[in-house]
Design a protein around this ligand. Structure first.
Ligand code: 4NP
Length: 155
């Protein structure tokens, strides 16, 4: 079974990237690949915090538990430890590209690149909106995760 190390990245590491990690874990379990997963934020505002309660609740509705995750910031080692670093929006991607050391071989890409449904490849930040934004985020991340895992299966 092929195995990949994947880091999901957003801004705060409390809404989108922990959810992406949880959903990817579930999608990969039903696939022909094995994923080692983690998530991180480009910013340090929420380091040490659990995911946002709205993210936890929206994933609990589909029996995915992300409550034990704890936010951390992206660090230099990540660029050597992970095969794939997937960004939730263009600002995250730009920050990651600035941080990536020249000798890192990680593929740093937009997560939404793997799914036509993602407008400009971005996953909208639900932080300042209501609960419905978190359901939309979950559905969007599920579609992208399925497309991403299908891509990894072809490698
Ligand atoms: P995330 O959402 O990047 O999906 O975790 C956000 C979380 C916190 C903030 C912004 C976005 N914030 O400004 O604190």
């Amino acid at each position: 079974m092929k195995s990949f190390k994947v880091l999901t990245v957003c801004l705060g590491n409390i809404c989108r990237s922990p959810a992406a990690q949880g959903i990817l874990e579930t999608v990969a379990k039903e696939s022909r690949i094995f994923l080692e997963l983690d998530s991180a934020g480009t910013a340090a505002y929420h380091v040490g915090n659990k995911p946002d309660s709205r993210s936890i609740a929206s994933l609990r509705q589909v029996n995915i538990d992300i409550s034990s995750q704890s936010a951390r910031q992206v660090c230099e080692e990540d660029f050597y430890n992970f095969d794939w670093i997937v960004a939730m929006d263009k600002a995250n991607l730009a920050n990651l590209e600035k941080l990536q050391p020249a000798d890192s071989r990680a593929c740093v890409v937009m997560f939404g690149e793997f799914c036509e449904r993602a407008q400009f490849g971005e996953v909208d930040d639900p932080y300042y909106g209501g609960d419905e934004g978190f359901v939309h985020m979950r559905e969007h991340l599920t579609a992208i995760s399925q497309a991403f895992v299908a891509h990894l299966e072809t490698l």
